[in-house]
Design a protein around this ligand. Structure first.
Ligand code: HEM
Ligand code: HEM
Length: 221
């Protein structure tokens, strides 16, 4: 039998990752795509986003149940069932089957953005940590990928915001509150469901490892 209660769906690591990344990426896009272009803070904030997304990748393997890629990257048939067989009326535990792929696309686009950034150089004052290691041709290609993917990322974010607004207005489902508090009152409790556990020691270790990797990347160049 299903019952509805307040249940935890997002751990604190996912929530901190979400709100810090969305703030920092908004800043990067806003300044990067402005008339003046990026300033030197772009590089510092870029490295912070690199650390955050590195942590999120690790958390996708060793984090709580709803944070794991294996729990939200489901088979194509789950996505079809979710749409065609009208299973979308049931709120899911964590990302829904289609939302999971949208989230993966955003994370992938962030990875492409920070990786290409490491090889970018504007020939004036901004350069990524690895730009001096590669040829001019490679740097131009990295600049191009960085510029094009910034627009892809922006489009994915706009779709993300439109989907959340649609859930709020049409389906009357508030997805934002759980991303702030961690708890949902819409999600059905089903037998055998695994709980979202915080695992603070593991989170701290993976966050420290991510920060250390970024610091080593920057300072060994
Ligand atoms: C630059 C802006 C943003 C980016 C890059 C972004 C990215 C993401 C990512 C990667 C996730 C998946 C979280 C995870 O599993 O780690 C997510 C989920 C989510 N985001 Fe954002 N986000 C942005 C802005 C926002 C804003 C402004 C809101 C609220 C108004 C929002 C609300 C949500 C919600 C509610 C979810 C959970 C969706 C669900 O229930 O499946 N996001 N976002
Ligand atoms: C998610 C994080 C990031 C976002 C959203 C972002 C966004 C942008 C945008 C929109 C531009 C202007 C592109 C154009 O139209 O010419 C830009 C330029 C640049 N970015 Fe990033 N960036 C990010 C991370 C990084 C990182 C990690 C680095 C390096 C460590 C970096 C280095 C650069 C450089 C050197 C330029 C100038 C390139 C040129 O003038 O062609 N960025 N970035």
């Amino acid at each position: 039998m299903n019952s509805q209660h307040k249940i935890k769906i997002w751990d604190i690591s996912v929530r901190i990752f979400h709100w810090t990344t969305s703030g920092l990426i908004s800043y990067q896009l806003f300044t990067g795509l402005s008339k003046e272009g990026p300033s030197d803070t772009h590089i510092t904030i870029g490295y912070c986003v690199l650390g955050l997304v590195l942590f999120r990748m690790l958390w996708g393997f060793w984090g709580s149940i709803t944070a794991r890629f294996s729990s939200f990257l489901r088979s194509p048939s789950s996505v079809i069932n979710y749409f065609i067989k009208n299973q979308r009326t049931k709120p899911t535990f964590g990302h829904n089957p289609l939302g999971g792929y949208a989230v993966a696309a955003m994370i992938l686009s962030i990875v492409v953005q920070v990786t290409s950034g490491l090889f970018c150089d504007d020939d004036l004052m901004l350069s990524g940590a690895f730009s001096h290691l590669t040829s001019d041709g490679f740097t131009s290609a990295a600049n191009l990928v960085h510029a094009i993917n910034s627009k892809v990322l922006l489009a994915l974010i706009l779709i993300h915001l439109a989907a959340i607004t649609w859930y709020q207005l049409v389906k009357k489902q508030n997805l934002i509150k759980p991303m702030v508090t961690g708890y949902s009152t819409d999600t059905k409790i089903t037998p055998g469901r695994r709980e979202v556990k915080e695992q603070p020691k593991r989170a701290f270790f993976l966050a420290a490892a991510s920060a250390l990797i970024v610091i080593l990347l920057i300072y060994t160049q």
